[in-house]
Design a protein. Structure first.
Length: 231
């Protein structure tokens, strides 16, 4: 079996059962390693969705709605149309206030890809370097990277990474160099679970998100010691 055929076989195996392909089989192919990581993250997201509780009387409610729809379909359609019109009017009435708080967008994205925090395999350094270089970052983060992919933060294309720091996952979003710094009042952000902060790495703004306030502080200090950021 030649190298090309072997790679195709591994790719098929990853799409079929990514968890059953060992890291040793992929150790010389960063592209397939990244593919495995993304597929595992998708599987974890599907698993979380399947664990959502379904109300016990959901089937009865659906049957009742279907029965009512057969009897009064025109009334249902009229009500839906009226509701849609009312909702559209409400949205139209609301003043246009675009949300420019990238910190809150970052928090929402972390929740959207929670599975990324559970990744355990370290990505090859050259793979991560290539992603960073594609957005103009020539210096590497001196930390193990377990997850890396491009994402959208409210229309801003960013590099979403999960690095291992002091035994815990830390999310880092590297923003394009032309993104202006956040308002000082929003440079630190948090909710009931996560806390984040904006820093500067070379010519890029970065958003760092952790679950522990002390970890965020230590991470910032570590980067400052390495002269990677200017706060």
């Amino acid at each position: 079996m030649d190298k090309h055929t072997d790679k195709l076989a591994l790719r098929r195996a990853l799409y079929t059962a990514p968890a059953q392909v060992s890291t040793q089989q992929l150790q010389h192919d960063p592209e397939l390693q990244l593919l495995q990581q993304q597929l595992l993250a998708q599987d974890e997201q599907i698993k979380q969705l399947l664990q959502l509780e379904v109300p016990a009387n959901l089937a009865d409610k659906i049957l009742l709605q279907q029965k009512f729809a057969r009897r009064s379909s025109w009334r249902v359609m009229l009500a839906m149309a009226a509701g849609t019109a009312l909702f559209s009017s409400y949205l139209f009435w609301q003043p246009s206030q675009p949300d420019s708080d990238l910190g809150q967008h970052a928090l929402r994205h972390v929740y959207h890809e929670l599975a990324a925090l559970k990744m355990v395999n370290e990505l090859p350094t050259n793979n991560v370097s290539a992603l960073l270089a594609s957005i103009g970052v020539q210096q590497e983060l001196p930390l193990p990277v377990r997850y890396a992919r491009f994402c959208e933060l409210e229309g801003v294309r960013s590099l979403h990474m999960v690095v291992l720091f002091e035994g815990a996952p830390v999310t880092v979003f590297v923003l394009p160099s032309d993104v202006a710094p956040m308002d000082p009042a929003n440079q630190q952000f948090a909710d009931s679970r996560f806390i984040g902060k904006q820093l500067r790495w070379q010519q890029h703004q970065i958003l760092v998100v952790t679950e522990q306030p002390e970890l965020l502080s230590a991470f910032s200090e570590q980067l400052n010691k390495l002269h990677l950021v200017n706060t």
